[in-house]
Design a protein. Structure first.
Length: 219
């Protein structure tokens, strides 16, 4: 017959070991689950940040394109105003030449009348020569102003083109998102059920050993 005390102690030892094995298995399960939740949260945060950064980058680039377009329009208008001012300057110079020609024509008419009235011909010739020289100076000045206008317009166009190219270069490369976060998320593996079974089996063996050690030999 089995000793009741020995059997009870053996069962108690087996039960205690079994509870310890189950508690350890449960704790390992909980730790693995907590780690996996943390890993999943971090992966979601990375994905969310990537999406927000991409949307923000696209919005910023589109705003830059809009700003550059406005700046290019402003640069074009500034160049057109400069061309218009040069045209007005040249028009003023041509008007001055015409006014001077009208005055010279009036003086020639006065010389002609004076000659008809008996003045010396040398007076008329000298006046005509002086007016011819003055007219030549006027046309020379007008030509120089026309050349200067052409050069200033070229310089204005060169600067406008350079500014336009600089603005275009600033948005020539569209925004591109960086590499997306990896979708291969590695989770922590929880404890194996076979490990729990082995632990429980070990507890039963330990309980049996305890029972055997406390059972007196028969003979």
């Amino acid at each position: 017959m089995c000793e009741p005390v020995s059997l009870g102690l053996g069962l108690l030892s087996a039960g205690s070991s079994g509870l310890s094995a189950y508690a350890g298995h449960k704790q390992a399960q909980d730790q693995a689950a907590a780690q996996n939740r943390s890993i999943a949260n971090q992966a979601n945060q990375r994905n969310r940040k990537y999406e927000l950064d991409s949307l923000s980058g696209i919005a910023d680039y589109n705003q830059q394109v809009t700003d550059v377009s406005k700046q290019q329009d402003e640069a074009a208008l500034a160049a057109m105003r400069a061309f218009s001012e040069e045209d007005l300057k040249l028009q003023d110079a041509e008007d001055q030449v015409r006014f001077a020609q009208q005055e010279m024509a009036a003086k020639r008419l006065g010389v002609k009348r004076a000659n008809e009235g008996g003045r010396s011909r040398s007076y008329g010739l000298n006046t005509i020569k002086e007016q011819g020289r003055a007219e030549a100076v006027l046309y020379s000045n007008l030509e120089r102003q026309s050349i200067a206008r052409y050069r200033r317009n070229l310089d204005t166009k060169r600067k406008a083109d350079a500014q336009r190219q600089k603005l275009f270069t600033s948005v020539a490369t569209p925004f591109r998102s960086g590499p997306a976060p990896t979708s291969n998320v590695e989770f922590v593996k929880g404890p194996s059920k076979l490990g729990l079974v082995a632990g429980l089996a070990g507890s039963a063996v330990d309980g049996f050993k305890t029972y055997k050690s406390l059972t007196p030999p028969t003979g």
